[in-house]
Ligand binder design. Sequence first.
Ligand SMILES: Nc1ncnc2c1ncn2[C@@H]1O[C@H](COP(=O)(O)OP(=O)(O)O)[C@@H](O)[C@H]1O
Ligand SMILES: [Mg+2]
Length: 298
Amino acid sequence: MTAPDVLCEDLVRIYATDGIEVQALQGLNLRIERGELVALVGASGSGKSTLLTILSGLDRPTGGTAQVAGTDLLAMSRRERVHYQRRTVGFVWQQTTRNLLPYLTAGQSVEVPQLLAGRSSGGARGRAARTAEMLDLLDVTHLRDRRPAEMSGGEQQRVAIAVALANGPQVLLADEPTGELDDETSAEVLEAIRRVGRELGVTVLVVTHDASVAEHVSRTVRIRDGRTSTETLRRTEVDEHGQARHVAQELAVLDRAGRLQLPAEFVDTLGLRDRVRLALEEDHVGVWPHRPDEEDAR
Ligand SMILES: Nc1ncnc2c1ncn2[C@@H]1O[C@H](COP(=O)(O)OP(=O)(O)O)[C@@H](O)[C@H]1O
Ligand SMILES: [Mg+2]
């Protein structure tokens, strides 16, 4: 088995501002295999951007383990960090203005990261060829000489993906890349991400609110309060009539210490609070509300 491309174990990030501590990540576990496309969902404030900022090498975790494409993100030197950001990962942010410089054309935007990374194979010609290849892959060749102001939001994001892939990263990270787009454009951009991931064999982690993302990915990871709470796995099954159908299964994530998060609706329905009674059955575990008075009466 090859090593996973993303491996987070008990990842913690605490922000301390003005004496107030915010635990943005509270022991998060995540494993993504090489070439997988995983969607990350979760309410606002659940820690999605914090995770992506750490994985992109822009921020350091407070504790735990984070490895991406074999690089230990907690042990990187300054130099390794620069190399990591330029070559190992590519990122696309929600704000189109954060992805593209206003005065560069699409062609120049794809060229610049190659120059910064000192890509020398084939020199200027090699870079131009790579630029043309990336623009073509994202269907934005016609935008080569245009600046962001002359592109639609969806076009800007597709150019941003081409830029992120310029140096052939092993992992592509996208934080709500379609957050500012309408539904139809959003679907196009997500489809472009899925397609390039598959064609280039790039591992992709994309944060999205888009419910239709379900059709694009094999695995959706939900984070709640800075921890991965559930994962939805999807596969295609062929039924007895030879018809393909999609099967989705939502599973709770069990961490290495045996902790799991109960869905809020289970907790509310049974009025679970503070302590619960557990029982090991033959092939499952039972969880009961703890009602001391009832048990005393027995
Ligand atoms: N730079 C920061 N300083 C202090 N608190 C922060 C900072 N960035 C994020 N947070 C807090 O961390 C939590 C997680 O934020 P974030 O990762 O942005 O969530 P999401 O992307 O899921 O909306 C929130 O409570 C947020 O207010
Ligand atoms: Mg966010």
